[in-house]
Design a protein around this ligand. Structure first.
Ligand code: RFL
Length: 381
């Protein structure tokens, strides 16, 4: 049996679900094909910081109720290093905008519920195994066996481990930043009011809120390290050292809920489209989490793509033809800033490079123009 729809969407992450919701709001038929179960996508903890542009997309399109109700504003971050700590109140710098802290899994939960309420069709537990960009068709496998779905357009929103991006024959530019993080979720409230970035000779450590009960910590670890080598005691000892809790106050401890290794990698397709297939989110461009941009790019691309599909279905193909050109400059600016953050926060390189990094931190502490640059790129793009 073949399922027919107008816009077929691979993947139910932020990109696929925002796109699906925006299209449904225009009365356009959609089908989302997702490998994981509903329970799995709604409990996958990843991002938490939404920029003002993402918050705008969500609120303007009636998708922001949960975020507005349970999320909170965040406008200060702190840097700790050998010369002490300084805070940047980015709500008063640059464009004066702030982040909204709202866990990605809560956003995904809201987006699934709203999509179903808008009459959307979604197939959970269906793994796409084949993609044809010329006919906008996918083959998938689920518990009932093999299936085929086809649309007028196909949106590849199946993330960095999906299959649709392999169907775009264009070159992809890749970068392994040579840095790995142990990403830890702790069942305890945040310990500091601000996101805190610690620069330490043993490696970077980060602290950021996720919800009133859950805090995200990052620890730089050697490339190739494994989560099993990081029992709770070792995690807390490294966090205490690198976050210099002796000088700045103890961390609120709680159970370690999740620990995983994240390799800081980037990958950008030269184009996001091939025939009737259009990529969005991590499938189009993967970005390291160093500046918390991935989910934000996914949401913004979904909005651009929804507008372009809607225009094309009404007879104007120009926005769709310009889709990659519209998105790529923003993607590269986000990549550039994420790389800038990696360079700032990680102690690799020789003594000369360490001294440069320290000077950059001093400049960020003391120079208003530098602070404005940081603030604008940190929340924006
Ligand atoms: P997703 O969220 O990965 O969703 C893709 C979906 O496609 C499904 N899929 C398939 N479905 C069918 N058939 C197949 N063959 C399939 N293969 C895959 C998957 O099951 C999944 O449901 O991609 P999307 O929508 O592009 O969204 C991207 C974001 O999830 C990602 O960029 C962010 O999580 C990155 N990120 C952060 N971004 C931010 O903006 N702010 C942050 O604070 C932030 N923190 C993070 C992060 C990513 C992290 N990790 C895990 C790398 C923190 C971490 C630790």
């Amino acid at each position: 049996m073949v399922d027919h729809t107008t816009v077929l969407i691979a993947g139910a992450g932020p990109a696929g679900l925002v796109l699906a919701n925006l299209l449904r709001a225009q009365g356009i038929d959609t089908l989302v094909v997702e490998r994981a179960t509903r329970e799995q996508v709604q409990t996958r903890a990843r991002a938490g910081f939404l920029g003002p542009n993402s918050a705008r997309v969500l609120t303007e399109h009636g998708l922001g109720a949960g975020m507005l109700h349970k999320g909170w504003s965040h406008g200060v971050c702190a840097f700790r290093g050998e010369d002490g700590e300084f805070e940047l109140d980015y709500s008063r710098l640059g464009t004066g905008e702030v982040h909204t802290v709202y866990p990605q899994q809560d956003l995904v939960t809201d987006l699934v519920a709203e999509y179903l309420a808008r009459g959307g069709d979604i197939r959970f537990g269906a793994t796409i195994t084949g993609v044809d960009p010329h006919t906008a068709t996918v083959r998938y496998r689920d518990e009932r066996g093999e299936g085929v779905a086809t649309g007028r357009f196909l949106a590849g929103c199946d993330g960095s481990n999906g299959v649709t991006r392999h169907a775009v024959p264009a070159r992809r530019l890749r970068q392994d930043h040579g840095v790995s993080w142990l990403a830890v979720l702790v069942g305890a409230p945040q310990s500091m009011a601000a996101v805190t970035y610690a620069v330490h000779d043993d490696g970077f450590a980060g602290h950021m809120a996720r919800s009133p009960e859950v805090t995200r910590y990052y620890l730089q670890v050697p490339p190739g390290d494994e989560p099993g080598r990081w029992p709770d005691d070792r995690i807390w000892a490294a966090l205490d050292d690198r976050l210099r809790t002796g000088a700045f106050g103890q961390l609120k401890r709680g159970p370690v809920l999740e620990r995983r290794i994240v390799r800081l990698r980037s990958e950008v397709g030269e184009t996001f489209q091939h025939d009737r297939l259009f990529l969005a989110g991590d499938a189009a461009s993967l970005i390291s989490p160093s500046a918390a941009k991935g989910a934000n790019l996914a949401i913004l691309e979904a909005e651009v793509l929804a507008t372009a599909f809607t225009a094309a279905l009404r007879g104007d193909e120009r926005p769709l033809a310009a889709y990659s050109r519209t998105c790529l400059p923003r993607v590269w600016r986000a990549q550039e800033f994420s790389r800038w953050m990696i360079d700032l926060l990680h102690p690799h390189g020789d003594d000369f490079q360490r001294a440069l990094r320290r000077a950059r931190l001093h400049s960020l502490r003391d120079c208003r123009a530098h602070q404005n640059f940081f603030a604008e790129h940190y929340v924006g793009i």
